[in-house]
Every structure is written in C-alpha cells, then in structure tokens.
Design a protein around this ligand. Structure first.
Ligand code: PHE
Length: 340
C-alpha cells in the first residue's frame, strides 16, 4: 500500500488530482483510515506494533502529499508569472478626466471667502411659493414688480395657489429670518430661474444671497463686506466699484454695485478701463420684510445682497458668452474647467 500511494502522489500532475489521492488515502473512508479501523479487532500486543506502523505510514503519506502540494503550487505560480508579463514600455490608454464646472468652481470660491468672513451657508427650495418669493419680500400684491422677474409659474393647485421657480435667492432670507433669531449672518448659494435668454442672461442661473441682521447695522457694513469680498475674489486690490441707486421692494435704500472694467478688447479686464458692469443688487433690509418675518425693525437692522455667480465667474475667467456655461461642449469645458 505504501509504495502504491506514494507512487500516486508522485504522479499527480495538478492540485485537484493530488487532492483526490489525499482523500482516497487519508480521507475519512480512505485506505489508510480503513487500516486504522481494523486495530479495534486486534490483540493488545498486535495493536501496539500495527498501530505504530499504520500511524507512521499515515505520517509519511501526509508529508509526501504536503511536499507535492508545495511543488505543484510553486510550479503553478511560475507558469502564471511566465504568462502574465507586464510590458511597462507600452503607452497607457488615454482616459478623459472630468473637471469641475466653472460655475461650481466660482460658487465654491465665493462660499469659502464668505465662510472665512464668518458667514454660514443657508438653503431653500428651488420650487417656491408666492409668499416666500414675493409677498414676504414686500412685493405689493398684483403689482407689476412681480412680473418684472419674468417668473416661471406652475399650473395652479386646486387651492388656487401657484408655485413657481424661485426668481432669486432672496426667499432664503425670509426662510432664515423666520426660523432663526438674530444675530444672523448667512449666505444662500443656489439656482435661480427667469424667462430670459441672451448673451448675458440664461433662464437658469446662480446667485449667492447674503444677509446680515444685527443691532446697529448700516450701509457702511454692507459696502465694506462687498468690497472686501471682491478684492479677495478677484485677487487684487485694484477692483474699483460704484454703488448706483436702485429699487428693490425688499431693501431701502437699495443699490446695484458695478465693477470698473475694460471691455474694449475681446476679454473683459477688471481693475482698468472705463466701463462699468453690474454684478449685484443690495440694500438695507426693508422694515416691512423684518416685520413679515417677526423681527422688530426698531431693535434690529440688516443688509442683504444678491450676486450673480455665473456673471462673476465670466468676469474672473474671461468668458465672453454666459450661454457657453450651459453648452456642455467638452472642448469648452476642458478649456475653462478646473481639475477636480
Ligand atoms: N434679489 C435681487 C435680484 O435677484 C438681488 C438682491 C438681493 C437685492 C438682496 C437686494 C438685496 O435681483
């Protein structure tokens, strides 16, 4: 039996054959295991000598199997190493990498600058109701000011209420003031919607709203905040701005801020030239808005602003047409995109 089993072990050409040999010899019902079972019927003397012999046989066979197994495994590895060679001189396959969209890059930059200035980020829904988008912001009922925004309205609900796509991020001001006690210092970045479409207006655009409510807040705080932000954003102290009186129902006084730039060449250049480009609307929060949100205007004042993200991105990165932002043209995206 010994010679027979050892010959089988030596002849096994692969691991599964070797395992079959192992089971046939030392498995539960294997030939050597069978021999061990015959010990019970033997006399004590015989059992001693035969038991030692059978155990020695079993050990020898198991050793031979282990040695063969190691040899087979080594051979298998050698074969794999020989067949799976890696040619390090081959050129790597070309892979197109995605990039951060310029609008999102601009938004991230704006958020981190305001975060460093102590502003928290607030959010609101894109689908708004009339109250938050208009009424609480002091838009008179049935007033053409509501039409001035070229609003996208949804079909009226059964109640007659008409939901809409927010025309600005200002409703987040309302949501914040209703749910938080002053002092408040937030920005609200997000998408906004109006039925506009030309080189400087797209139907979907992005704004960053700002709101500060505290005691003794005045226009000086507003101007400092915006100028400090713009110097950081454009990475130069040479940004020249002007406040131009304007009207918003929700701020009084209201202003628009322009940046001085050079538009004589193809690209718009900040910090030089004689042109002015509007970048944001702002003002002191109207007492009616504070009242609508449960804040006493005799105790608290505040300022608010809303700036166009796409517009600021265009200015910073020198893009001529706002509509390109939505073109999904991979050549444009890889030219202006930012590595992730
Ligand atoms: N919501 C205004 C707009 O979209 C901008 C604005 C925000 C003006 C806050 C004043 C205060 O045009």
């Amino acid at each position: 039996l010994e010679a027979d089993v050892l010959a089988q072990v030596a002849a096994a050409g692969d691991l599964s054959t070797l395992d079959a040999v192992r089971v046939a010899a030392v498995g539960k019902t294997g030939s050597i295991s069978g021999l061990l079972k015959t010990l019970g019927a033997m006399s004590p003397e015989e059992r001693k000598t035969q038991g030692a012999a059978i155990n020695a046989l079993r050990d020898k066979v198991q050793e031979a199997i282990a040695a063969k197994k190691a040899a087979l495994e080594a051979a298998e590895l050698d074969a794999r190493l020989a067949s799976e060679t890696l040619d390090l001189s081959l050129p790597a396959p070309y892979r197109r990498k995605g990039s951060v969209h310029p609008t999102m890059q601009t938004m991230d930059e704006m958020i981190s600058i305001f975060a460093e200035m102590g502003f928290a980020v607030a959010e609101g829904p894109d689908i708004e109701d009339d109250f938050h988008n208009f009424t609480a912001l002091n838009f008179p009922e049935k007033h053409p000011a509501r039409e001035m925004h070229d609003t996208f309205f949804f079909n009226p609900k059964e109640s007659g209420e008409r939901m809409l796509l927010r025309t600005h991020t200002s409703p987040v001001q309302v949501r914040t003031m209703v749910s938080q006690k002053p002092p408040i210092r937030i920005i609200a970045p997000g998408r906004t919607y109006r039925c506009d479409n030309d080189a400087t207006h797209t139907p979907v655009f992005h704004q960053v709203e700002g709101l500060v409510i505290d005691k003794g807040i005045h226009m000086g705080h507003l101007k400092w905040t915006l100028e400090t932000f713009l110097a950081r954003f454009f990475e130069t102290d040479a940004v020249t701005t002007q406040f131009r009186p304007h009207h918003f129902p929700f701020t009084e006084p209201s202003a628009e801020m322009d940046v001085q730039c050079d538009r004589s060449g193809g690209e718009i250049k900040i910090g030089q030239g004689t042109s002015w480009l509007e970048i944001l609307g702002c003002g002191m929060v109207h007492p009616n808005v504070l009242r609508a949100c449960g804040i006493d205007p005799d105790e608290y004042q505040g300022f608010a602003f809303g700036m166009g993200v796409d517009r600021l991105g265009m200015l910073k990165y020198g893009m001529p047409d706002l509509r390109d932002m939505w073109s999904s043209d991979v050549r444009w995206l890889s030219h202006y995109g930012f590595s992730a």
